[in-house]
Design a protein around this ligand. Sequence first.
Ligand SMILES: *Cc1c(COP(=O)(O)O)cnc(C)c1O
Length: 367
Amino acid sequence: MIPFLSLKDVTALREDLIQEAVHRVVSSGWYLQGKENERFESDYAAYIGTSYAVGCANGLDALIWIFRAYIEMGVMAPGDEVIVPANTFIATILAITENGLTPVLVEPRADTLEMDDSLIEGKIGPKTKAICIVHLYGRNAYSEKIGQLCQKYSLKLIEDNAQAHGCRTADGRRTGSLGDAAGHSFYPGKNLGALGDGGAVTTNDRELAETVRSLANYGSSKKYVFRYCGRNSRLDEIQAAVLDVKLKYLDSDNDSRRKIAAVYYGNISNPSVQMPALLPDSQNVYHLFPILCERRDELADYLKDRGVSCLIHYPVPPHRQECYPGLAGLSLPVTEYIAEHELSLPIGPVITVQEALEVCSIINSFR
Ligand SMILES: *Cc1c(COP(=O)(O)O)cnc(C)c1O
């Protein structure tokens, strides 16, 4: 059996250090807003390359707080538009609509699976306030062209870095430090995963960081003084302590993922299977390894019958979800093609090269 990703094995890689961190918090008697959050936020900001990192409850909240903070700061208002890839996990879109903002969906390129930057300028109008890029599958989605468009039209650049901790751009900067603010998820299955939910916002903007921190703390930065109607959306001390341990191994875990990806790129050879364009190693942390196959469901069954678990990211795109009847009329053929043909192969810091080779030979024998 080759599991898609065994979280038990991922945790076991650093079991002793994680147990020690959890125990330290348990016996400290201090479970929220303490030293563990302070240390992790400072280490994570340094890692990403921003002045601030603010922990919060999960990745969806991180993105929600960024847009909400811009609304509180008077930078955006409900009804404004945000340009965003159509091919993404629904949380990216939820964060926009949760704030009364309008998502303007842009098709991906069929070869990179990331937002097609040549289509963005045509979508910019008087209500456009931001471009939200998503480094989907762990692939760098930033381009100089996107940076230039933000400059030219005075748009905020917001990154959804939920799948790309540790990824870099062509010029060596880390994703999460490229624009005005970035949302990060520490969902257990992410490249940097907690033992439960967790998230963070990174930014160089002090006002934004402080606003996000207040919003995630009932709307308060001073005890019993409430400037905003916020929520309780904090990162707890146990998760912060665990994340600080795992952060030290993130680069080496990402290198393990790259070794598996190299096996797939080097050995998968089946005319009915396409792999996305190969990026330089620094620009892909391989959160997922997506392939495209015309007979995707048959291939998934074929792999499953031979003990290999695969997943689909994502079977129904946001514009075709019941929660967005207003988007249902959109025609987004590339996004729809990906939803119908994508299959994610097992990848992570625990799968072995031998197992990846087995996956390749099963795929190559699929007729
Ligand atoms: C996981 C994910 C999120 C949401 O993060 P949670 O911590 O699960 O709330 C947002 N965007 C993308 C692209 C994700 O993959």
